[in-house]
Design a protein around this ligand. Sequence first.
Ligand code: ASP
Length: 331
Amino acid sequence: MKQLTSLALAIGILTGTVTAFAQDFPAGKPISIVVPFAAGGPTDRVARDLAEAMRKPLGGVSITVENAAGAGGTIGANKVAKAKPDGHTLLLWHIGMASSPALYRKLPFKPLEDFEYLGLVNEVPMTLLGKPQLQANTYRDFENHIRANAGKLNIAHAGLGSASHICGLMWQSAVKLTESMTTIPFGGTAPAMTNLIGGQVDVMCDQTTNTTSQIEAGRVKAFAVTTAKPLSGHKLLKDYPTLQEMGLKGFDLTIWHGMYAPKGTPEAVLKTINAALKVALKDPDFIKKQEGLGAIVVTDKRIERDNHKAFVAAEITKLKPVIEAAGKFAD
Ligand code: ASP
């Protein structure tokens, strides 16, 4: 039986469809992917592209995206943790799944106990940005300007534990600012970006999936990328230095996104969703869209449910000391 289902899955992946493991799922009933941030931002973007790519392998079922923003993503995540475990309510969340335990004294869910892990989706670099009027044109100018004016400047983020928040903490800690910038939380980096473009906030660090088009259009200033290696394969982002190249030893921050279901979702349903996710991650349209925005679609073993969970467990351990060290810049 096991061999037969593996064969069916292999054929399904080749043909772009999934042979259902669960006969009664999704059975024409819509699936909702909860995004714990505002519409139009980077997590939302990944979810919408993924919804489109997973539709066909799930038999053409309607897959909608629901934005449940607030508290750095923990409100939406908690909603899914408490949802009916039938596979019709899923969560797409990022590194917040691993950073939130270090940033929240009271988290209403347990990342490793209250979810079923469905597979890692992508990895996304971040970019350090300034408002168009910021008095800096290079990374050096930027760092000097912030050093001299930190107390008068503000930095936008998507709430405690969000990717933008962690990036801001890590950067302020790495450059050893003596004074911290004022943090301005938003429900996601889509509204934060609007405020950066409008000049109401001064600085933000955000995923390239949200920043690339704004940088390209000249609506914001970009100063550096957060990855260890330069993004030499990307037509726009290759022009920006890494923070390591700018002297911030060991600075390496890449955001990953994963998909989750409430604990207790039936095994056959989890297998069906994971199989559909695998088809989506091989979809040339999905890959092209993601790569255009600087993201890398996961192809390694973390697409397997157990490996996804082991990866998040390791990230929780890895991020804890980093966040604690940068903690004096937390709100
Ligand atoms: N990029 C955001 C963050 O900082 C989340 C979002 O709006 O997707 O976590």
